[in-house]
Design a protein around this ligand. Structure first.
Ligand code: ATP
Length: 356
């Protein structure tokens, strides 16, 4: 396994004269530690696959370098990088048995038969494939074939890293949940450097110790699931993570207070944004209280989502989502208040004050 350094990577698919500022990756400078479990999370088109292909060698970046354990591999061919990759759709040999599919990468490297059997059996047991070891892959469902692809990605212990590109897309929802936890166990057991690309926050947060959030070709935050939830550094992280995402509303800053229309909210610090910056307050629905004190609001919608309700309150033109219990009453004269610990202040989308 290896540490992977991404050194000021930029990539444009356009040739030089047309390139200007049209970069699919604007600036990626970041390291993946040896043995870490990372998720690369972001919406469609933010550059996740571009970055993965640069790591695996399918693309050479327009600018910047990639280092494996300090060695520059930027222009090295994919087959020379020793990376295992699992794609969205299964890649299996249909005419081979499940066992032989998993054994193939090991036999290819000349591993002794007894060792092959030991390693393949271990992986099959962890992925619950052992019962179908002798069955031909051709007769299996897409779910099962994808499990085999995952097994093939995981079976070699000499790879520099294992890259997963949205590997659970074809898996049915029940098995998705099971496979996510199996992948996590496999990581904890073998300590491979794993990078898991997804646009699904649940997959990212359950798999990874560290989540790298990408937006419009840039990394906007790297953190633990808790950090991303509690302290979104960029408004996009606030919207994208959480259900519903963070409330964001325009504010005027005045010393250590923020003004929303007629209302004044005390802040932990006096922020000093750049002159002319767009300033906003972000607060997650979990930190908004609905009651009879605080800022007067009108309720525009109540959504019943099982054990809780999402109440939408209008405050000076902003829609504020509040989470309440399924049996909590909605007051006749509704007011909301913000828990100081949940208040974040943003200038041009970047956090300048977090919490109380
Ligand atoms: P998805 O989740 O939809 O796969 P992504 O986050 O992986 O999206 P990329 O596929 O890396 O994003 O795309 C990043 C940007 O680069 C997008 O604007 C996309 O249109 C563009 N792009 C990707 N591949 C090419 C290509 N071969 N030629 C030109 N532009 C491309």
């Amino acid at each position: 396994m290896a540490r992977i350094d991404l050194d000021h990577i930029r990539h444009s698919y356009l040739p030089h004269p047309k390139r200007e500022e049209n970069f699919a990756l604007k600036e990626v400078h970041h390291s993946w530690e040896d043995g870490g479990a990372y998720a690369l999370l972001g919406p469609s088109g933010c550059g996740k696959t571009t970055l993965l292909n640069i790591i695996s060698g399918l693309l050479i970046p327009t600018e910047g370098r990639i280092l494996f354990d300090g060695k520059d591999v930027t222009t090295l061919a994919p087959e020379a990088r020793n990376i295992a990759q699992v794609f969205q759709f299964p890649v299996v040999y249909d005419t081979m048995s499940v066992f032989d599919n998993l054994a193939f990468p090991l036999r290819n490297r000349g591993m002794r038969p007894a060792e092959v059997t030991k390693k393949v059996t271990e992986i099959m047991e962890m992925l619950e494939l052992a019962e179908m070891a002798k069955r031909k892959a051709s007769g299996l469902t897409a779910d099962m074939k994808q499990k085999i692809s995952l097994g093939r990605g995981l079976v070699r212990s000499d790879v520099n890293a294992i890259l997963f590109d949205e590997p659970l897309t074809v898996i049915d929802p029940h098995m998705k949940w099971q496979l996510r936890s199996q992948l996590k166990l496999l990581h904890d057991r073998f300590a491979h450097t794993m990078v898991y690309v997804t646009h699904d926050q649940t997959e990212a947060l359950t798999f990874a110790d560290t989540v790298v959030v990408m937006y419009e070709g840039e990394i906007v935050q790297i953190g633990t699931p808790e950090e991303l939830f509690e302290r979104p550094r960029h408004t996009f992280v606030g919207y994208f993570i959480g259900s519903p995402g963070m409330n964001v509303m325009p504010v005027k800053l005045d010393g250590a207070s923020a003004r929303i229309g007629e209302q004044t909210i005390a802040l932990a610090d006096a922020p000093s944004p750049k002159p002319g910056a767009r300033t906003e307050l972000g607060i997650r629905p979990e930190y908004v209280r609905l009651g009879t004190e605080g800022m007067p609001v009108s309720i525009t919608k109540v959504e019943d989502v099982g054990r809780r309700k999402i109440v939408h309150a209008a405050l000076d033109g902003s829609d504020i989502a509040v989470i309440v219990g399924e049996h909590d009453p909605i007051p006749g004269d509704p007011h909301i208040s913000f828990e100081p610990a949940g208040i974040n202040i943003y200038a041009d989308d970047w956090a300048i004050v977090s919490g109380a």
